[in-house]
Design a protein around this ligand. Structure first.
Ligand code: HXC
Ligand code: NAP
Length: 295
């Protein structure tokens, strides 16, 4: 549509009316941005993480802005007991949960040989174990209650490419992607739907401080790695997430949707470096190639 800005809200008003959506890691960054938009669209929220003060601040902010109810619950997703308590508190407050967004994560850059086994564990425990613990606890509840539901997992593009220097995160996100695709089939009979989003670079304090400290972003000219020439806007991700948790996406199941401006494909295509060739050189190149005779 001419004049439409990509950073505007996309879904129609009331698109998530009546839904209760739980977002792990919902007090900060992308979790907070998704939550705010879900509430604007009519959902009530439960947001969780390890820091109750951060959660309460975010909950107040979203409640004030949207008039919806936001329940902050302190919960470390690496503890099954705490997740069971989270489920109990959520049901006491809202009677039901429709959607779980597994967004909580831990990550930092490091050469793998510098990591202790505890450092490896902490990332895998938050990202992979945290996701399958929440999935299992909520899934068992939904199956028992015969309640249709959906799960949205936040992964990364290196879930399938792998990546140096963030190996525990890459291993864990690959597991989350596999969990998404596996249960999308197995639990479809219970009307539980699974999808994932693989974001590219979206500026957040949590990610930037741990993955791009100092001037790494500028030093490696990372915006240039992205074909569309910019990082993502939180609203763009929130728009996609809102669609995937809404009933409009009922036939989308087991999908991972990449939202990265073409970044990972640029790194993958064998001849993508030819982008660097100035357009005037293509005449010479064409002539040289056409002059090749025989085999
Ligand atoms: C090497 C490190 C380290 C580092 C911690 N450790 N940081 N090792 N280099 N930079 C080691 C510690 O020495 C310790 O091992 C073990 O890891 C646990 O560290 P703690 O500090 O005790 O853990 P904790 O306080 O629980 O903190 C967890 C954390 C922290 C993951 C380390 O960063 C955190 O709380 N992160 C949450 C938010 C986050 O990471 N957000 C970014 C998500 S971005 P020893 O052996 O000494 O006991 C993301 C984007 C992906 O995922 C794609 C981007 C494009
Ligand atoms: P963020 O703000 O640091 O978000 C991570 C959240 O996880 C925090 O709120 C943190 O809160 C919570 N968390 C960490 N450990 C936890 C635990 N044990 N139990 C419960 N909650 C825990 O970073 P972000 O950039 O918004 O990341 C959000 C998601 O997007 C992550 O899954 C990340 O991998 C993904 N992602 C981000 C980017 C990007 O460019 N930003 C790119 C690709 C993928 P506490 O510290 O309070 O626990």
């Amino acid at each position: 549509m001419p004049g439409t800005n990509f950073s505007q809200p996309m879904l129609k008003e009331g698109a998530l009316d009546g839904k209760v959506i739980l977002i792990t890691g919902g007090g900060t960054g992308l979790g907070k941005s998704m939550g705010k938009y879900f509430a604007q669209l009519g959902a009530n929220l439960i947001i969780t993480s390890r820091k109750i003060d951060v959660l309460e601040k975010t909950a107040n902010e979203i409640e004030k802005e949207t008039g919806k109810t936001v329940l902050p619950v302190k919960c470390d997703v690496t503890s099954y007991e705490q997740i069971e308590n989270l489920l109990k508190q959520s049901l006491e407050k809202f009677n039901k949960v429709d959607t779980l967004v597994n967004n909580a994560a831990g990550n930092f850059i490091s050469p793998t040989e510098r990591l202790s086994h505890r450092a490896f564990d902490i990332i895998v425990n938050i990202v992979l174990k945290g996701t399958y613990y929440s999935t299992l606890a909520f899934g068992k509840h939904w199956i028992k209650e015969k309640q249709p539901a959906s799960i949205l997992n936040i992964v990364t593009t290196y879930a399938w490419t792998g990546s140096a220097y963030v190996v525990p995160s890459a291993v864990a996100k690959a597991g989350v992607l596999s969990l998404t695709r596996s249960l999308a089939v197995e639990w479809a009979k219970y009307k539980i739907r699974f999808n994932a989003i693989a974001p590219g670079l979206f500026p957040t304090k949590g990610a930037w401080e741990r993955l791009l400290p100092g001037n790494i972003f500028e030093k490696f000219n990372l915006a240039k790695k992205i074909p569309v020439g910019r990082t993502g806007e939180h609203q763009e991700l929130a728009n996609l997430a809102a669609y995937l948790v809404s009933d409009f996406s009922s036939f989308v199941n087991g999908e991972v949707i990449t939202i990265d401006g073409g970044e990972w494909l640029k790194g993958a295509g064998q001849f993508n470096m030819l982008e660097e060739i100035p357009s005037q050189m293509w005449d010479e190149i064409e002539k040289a190639v056409k002059n090749v005779k025989g085999s």
